[in-house]
Design a protein around this ligand. Structure first.
Ligand code: ADP
Ligand code: MG
Length: 703
């Protein structure tokens, strides 16, 4: 049964919103908060004390006993340490709950147990968390009881970023500053701030928890490392947008409710292409809040699943043979007086500011295609990108017919006289309305698609933080804006200069535009001909972070120092190696302790049958044939297991992080594949009763 509740009442009930602050803070304190939020700077300690007290009173009223600085270290997930509001009792033994301004704005978790990629060794273990005042505090309801969570940035003692939030905030400031120069050049002097907005569509799988718990691979690595395809996959297209089953529906309702309470704008839900796969899309928000909220979405998805006997899989490729999961990162930039710089209007050919912004984005994406590719890479995403279910690993921009035509005119003649119109869509049924068509159809295969008034970066992996992709997007576009503004501000004739610039950028970077089928083999060749990078794997993408081009970009806008980039590189190699190591060890464990013993017993059963049937005077043809076949695969498995173990032994001797990651990527994953093949063959051959864990059919179709 579904539960009834009033969405307007519960929305943001667990968030210390601006309106709550306005209600309970003295006017001057509230004003100071607004000023710091809008213009930056620091809160006075006196004001911080007032806010902390108000926040604590509000939280305590809602049952909170603890607070936590909530941050996003480079593990990719969130971290929290709870401190209660308890203070030392007075002489009479009476205790008063307290929360000071100092505790609100600054925390000191030990940084030594979080990934720092070498920064730690150089700069001590001490780390600090600092309140991101632009992202509201919230109360997380968990088994611990309600916890007041303060969104924070996490830095080392000397100020190096150790998290995903700090660079994102820095990149937003860079974009703000450079985009403002552009809009001011076009006469929009009233704009004082430009903000990146993001809406992240989140895909996920739900499987039965009890069944998932029977599989070590799902438990330890979040994906299946063995498993033959079920007789049915996604070929009937009957799951996408299909009717949502009861158990899943109840899950979605609770998920929405929990998210709404946290002020997360959960908006759209539907079944996705693969069986047991679903999607949730929120309404877009300011980039850093969207990043925080996406973490809450992922966390809540996993937590709520337990209440319904389900397990939520956020891995990019939990099952072979059906689609994996991604995260479409919708991105746009808007001024504080309401102008979306990516809105072309009805006649984009006449919208010079839009065309300049578009030209800058073309330049940014073409110049830094390698960085953008890197920003969307994680271990799991290696299984998706380029596998004809997600965008290819090659970065290109899809503009659609209308804009592509405008760009073509500009490149050819320097002016765009006309633009293709949408026209009317005729339904052919007299009782149905005819409606206005978009001028542009969709292209699902493009990694970076223009969709009306935003760009949709479709490469991001489902389990990844959206911090890096948005940091990168903001940074590369800020650079292009900066270079354009430098030229335009110095130009004598603005009109002329801007036309020249648009033509120049579009001409130089038109190779990044691709409107065709991104899944096709021809595109791989065509992209190569155009000189576009095709970076197949995560480990191959890592060192794009520290090219001179990249260091120059990030240092120029104060987003990363060289040392920070080097540390991130190190962490990525380490993360890759550790992840594949866990997968390899899990496979070895499952093969040697579960699959091989089960199949060995089965061969005994078969052998007994062969003997018994022969003794009964009948030729055991089928039994013998089956036994021989099973035995063959068993031998193959044993051999592959040995090879994987040897590869594992070898890799442990490699000290260099990069070399180690490459060994995992090239040798260990190949050995894992060799072990999986005979195991999956055996699964198909042997009696279902003897298979030691739930199969794809059990997991994907029996929720
Ligand atoms: P589509 O069907 O093209 O994917 P939707 O309207 O369903 O588009 O939106 C998908 C996601 O994009 C949602 O999270 C939505 O809030 C977000 N979105 C819509 N407009 C913008 C915008 N201007 N900037 C950033 N994100 C946006
Ligand atoms: Mg979309």
């Amino acid at each position: 049964m579904s539960e009834l509740f009033n969405v307007e009442t519960i929305f943001a009930q667990n968030v210390f919103t601006m309106s709550k602050m306005k209600e309970c803070l003295p006017k001057s304190a509230y004003k100071e908060v607004v000023r710091v939020m809008e213009q930056g700077g620091e809160l006075s300690l006196a004001t911080a004390d007032i806010i902390a007290k108000a926040m604590k009173d509000w939280a305590v009223e809602k049952g909170a006993t603890h607070y936590s600085h909530w941050f996003q270290p480079l593990t990719g997930i969130t971290a929290e340490k709870h401190d209660s509001f308890i203070t030392h009792p007075d002489q009479d033994g009476k205790m008063i709950m307290e929360f000071s301004g100092k505790e609100l704005i600054k925390g000191e978790p030990d940084a030594s147990s979080f990934p720092s990629g070498g920064l730690r060794a150089t700069f001590e273990a001490r780390g600090y968390t600092a309140w991101d005042i632009t992202s509201p505090a919230f109360i997380k309801e968990a088994a611990t009881g309600p916890i007041l969570c303060i969104p924070t940035a996490f830095c080392s003692y000397t100020g190096e970023a150790l998290d995903k939030k700090t660079p994102l905030l820095r990149s937003m400031e860079a974009l703000d500053k450079q985009a403002l120069r552009i809009v001011h050049l076009f006469g929009n002097k009233a704009a004082t701030k430009v903000t990146a907005s993001v809406g992240a569509e989140q895909e996920y799988f739900l499987v039965d928890q009890n069944k998932a718990l029977l599989r070590e691979d799902l438990l330890f690595s979040g994906r299946t490392l063995f498993g033959a395809a079920a007789p049915k996959g996604q070929e009937m297209d009957d799951h996408y947008f299909g009717v949502i089953r009861e158990r899943i529906g109840a899950y979605m309702q609770e998920l929405n409710k929990e998210l709404w309470k946290l002020g997360v704008t959960a908006k759209t839900q539907h079944n996705e292409a693969a069986p047991a796969q679903h999607e949730l899309a929120p309404i877009y928000e300011t980039a850093n809040i969207a990043a925080d909220h996406n973490q809450l979405v992922m966390e809540t998805m996993k937590r709520v699943a337990g209440n319904h006997g389900l397990r939520c899989l956020l891995h990019e490729k939990p099952f072979e043979g059906v689609n994996g999961s991604g995260k479409h990162n919708n991105w746009s930039i808007t001024t504080d007086n309401g102008i979306n710089l990516l809105d072309p209007g009805d006649t984009p050919n006449e919208n010079i500011q839009f065309l300049l912004v578009l030209a800058c984005i073309m330049k940014a994406v073409d110049t830094h295609a390698d960085l953008l590719r890197q920003s969307a890479s994680d271990v799991g995403n290696d299984h998706r990108l380029g596998a004809a279910e997600a965008p290819p690993a090659i970065i290109s921009i899809f503009l659609g017919e209308q804009l592509e035509d405008v760009v073509k005119q500009l490149v050819e003649t320097g002016v765009a006289e006309s633009c293709i119109e949408g026209g009317v869509m005729k339904t052919g049924v007299s009782t149905l309305p005819d409606f206005k068509k978009d001028a542009t159809d969709r292209n699902r295969t493009s990694p970076f698609a223009f969709t009306g008034n935003k760009f949709e970066f479709r490469m991001v992996g489902s389990s990844d933080s959206i911090g890096s992709p948005n940091t990168t997007l903001n940074a590369i576009v800020a650079e292009a804006f900066c270079e354009a503004a430098d030229r335009l501000e110095a130009a004598e004739d603005f009109e002329l200069a801007v036309h020249d610039l648009i033509k120049e950028y579009m001409t130089k970077h038109q190779r990044i535009i691709f409107n065709g089928d991104g899944y096709s083999e021809e595109w791989v060749w065509e992209a190569k001909r155009r000189g576009l990078p095709n970076i197949a794997t995560m480990v191959e993408a890592v060192d794009t972070l520290t090219t001179e081009k990249s260091v120059k970009l990030f240092e120029r806008f104060g987003i990363f120092t060289r040392a920070e980039l080097q540390s991130r590189e190190e962490i990525l190699y380490e993360t890759y190696a550790k992840t594949i190591n866990i997968e390899a060890l899990t496979m070895i464990d499952m093969a040697s302790k579960q699959i091989i013993p089960a199949v060995v017993s089965y061969t005994k059963e078969l052998a007994d049958t062969v003997i018994a049937v022969a003794q009964a005077g009948v030729e055991p043809t089928v039994q013998r044939e089956l036994l021989a076949k099973v035995n063959l695969y068993l031998k193959e498995m044993q051999q592959a297991l040995k090879e994987l173990q040897e590869a594992e032994d070898k890799v442990q001797k490699i000290a260099n992080a990069k070399e180690k990651a490459f060994f995992y990527s090239e040798v260990v994953t190949a050995a894992m594949g060799k072990l999986r093949t005979p195991a999956d063959q055996l699964e198909v051959l042997v009696d279902k009763k003897v298979w030691p864990f739930p199969t794809y059919a059990d997991l994907l179709f029996e929720v």
